[in-house]
Design a protein around this ligand. Structure first.
Ligand SMILES: [Zn+2]
Length: 154
């Protein structure tokens, strides 16, 4: 980007800018790299910086075991899944996820652990848990005899 989208000036400078986001009763703050217009002061953050900020917030919420409505909604959004998609993956009705995210029902620890795993894999650009949950919807037939290839012990 060379021009300010807001005022069209060629006056963008790279800066570290404090960004804040409220989730429930908490405010999370971090300094993010941004381009700031020296004419109109508009700040432009790169998507990767904002994504990294969101993942940092998610990690802090998960470390604290935060299960409040806003925390759950934020964590689910960080997985990149819509509420309906998340419900489908974990095998509950969309209304159940909606209740958790409105503070009208407590999420169970096992589901919270799955949510934590989905967030971690988002950070690592992996989809193992989501793929596994998808596969559980259509179980494969396991033969009576199964030959295993085991790795040699180190
Ligand atoms: Zn500007």
């Amino acid at each position: 980007m060379t021009r300010c989208v807001n005022c069209n000036a060629r006056a963008l400078k790279k800066r570290l800018v404090e960004r804040m986001r409220a989730v429930g009763d908490h405010v999370f703050a971090a300094k993010l790299p941004a381009e700031v217009c020296t004419v109109c002061a508009t700040q432009y953050f790169a998507d990767v910086a904002v994504e990294s900020f969101d993942l940092g917030i998610a990690a802090a919420l998960l470390d604290a075991g935060a299960t409040g409505a806003q925390a759950l909604k934020f964590l689910r959004s960080v997985t990149g899944l819509q509420g309906k998609e998340f419900a489908d993956l974990i095998g509950v009705r969309p209304e159940t996820v909606s209740r958790w995210e409105q503070g009208r029902g407590a999420i169970d620890r096992a589901t919270y652990t799955v949510l934590r795993q989905l967030v971690a894999e988002r950070q690592q650009h992996r989809t193992n848990t989501a793929d596994f949950l998808q596969s559980l919807k259509r179980p494969k037939r396991l033969p009576k005899r199964v030959n295993l290839l085991l790795r040699k012990a180190a």
